[in-house]
Design a protein around this ligand. Structure first.
Ligand SMILES: C[S@@+](CC[C@H](N)C(=O)[O-])C[C@H]1O[C@@H](n2cnc3c(N)ncnc32)[C@H](O)[C@@H]1O
Length: 199
């Protein structure tokens, strides 16, 4: 289902968007705390307020956060300055057509972006990430699983079955693993998958 959102508007509201939990998704917080899972440079694709980028920079990683929303990028830039994190930089851009970073990133994180993209942009996105990836890059994708929103049938993020997400990512990347993983919002926890793939 095509899903269109005014992302910058979501970040201009008084109330923070539901996906802003003020910390990296717990699945990623655990992953980046393990030795040897993150190799620089790192890309945080669709970073939003970028708690993941900021946590990576706090661990000494060089990270670039990219988001379509200039408001989110400004907030992330300000948070990095406030926390004295000099190895995190941010840019506003459409990541599905990303250029200027070819071959640069050894680790790419997607924290809730793939499931937020309209169907027709998914493959462009996966290809753009492939272009931006170093030859031995690892790509992590955390995305909603089927049933994440119960019986709600209206427009919303894509809810993937395991087979669908494997097939989607495999169109461009070599998928190593797909395993169930929860995603958290400010109000609840929803089922999803963690995909690990390599170039
Ligand atoms: C569900 S939010 C997740 C934000 C963040 N990764 C997090 O975990 O809090 C999806 C993010 O993707 C961004 N986004 C959507 N489409 C995009 C695009 N084409 N290029 C770059 N960012 C995009 C949105 O602005 C939003 O910040």
């Amino acid at each position: 289902m095509t899903h269109k959102i005014d992302w910058d508007d979501a970040y201009r509201q008084q109330q923070a968007p539901a996906w802003n939990i003020g910390a990296p998704q717990p699945e990623y917080a655990a992953l980046i705390a393990r030795p040897d899972t993150v190799r620089d440079d790192v890309l945080d694709a669709g970073c939003g307020h970028a708690e993941l980028s900021l946590a990576l920079a706090a661990r000494g990683h060089t990270v670039v956060g990219i988001d379509l929303s200039p408001t989110a990028v400004a907030a992330a830039t300000a948070a990095a300055a406030e926390r004295g994190l000099t190895t995190a930089t941010f840019a506003a851009a459409d990541i599905t057509a990303l250029t200027g970073y070819d071959g640069r990133f050894s680790t790419i994180f997607d924290s809730g972006l793939l499931h937020a993209l309209p169907d027709e942009l998914r493959e462009n996105y996966l290809r753009a990430m492939y272009r931006a990836a170093a030859p031995d890059a690892t790509f992590y994708i955390l995305a909603f699983g089927a049933g994440a929103f119960g019986d709600h049938a209206g427009p919303g993020p894509t809810q993937f079955t395991e087979e669908q997400i494997r097939e989607t990512v495999s169109a461009v990347w070599q998928v190593d693993e797909v395993r169930p993983a929860p995603l958290f919002a400010t109000i609840e926890q929803m089922p999803g998958f963690l995909v690990t793939a390599h170039k």
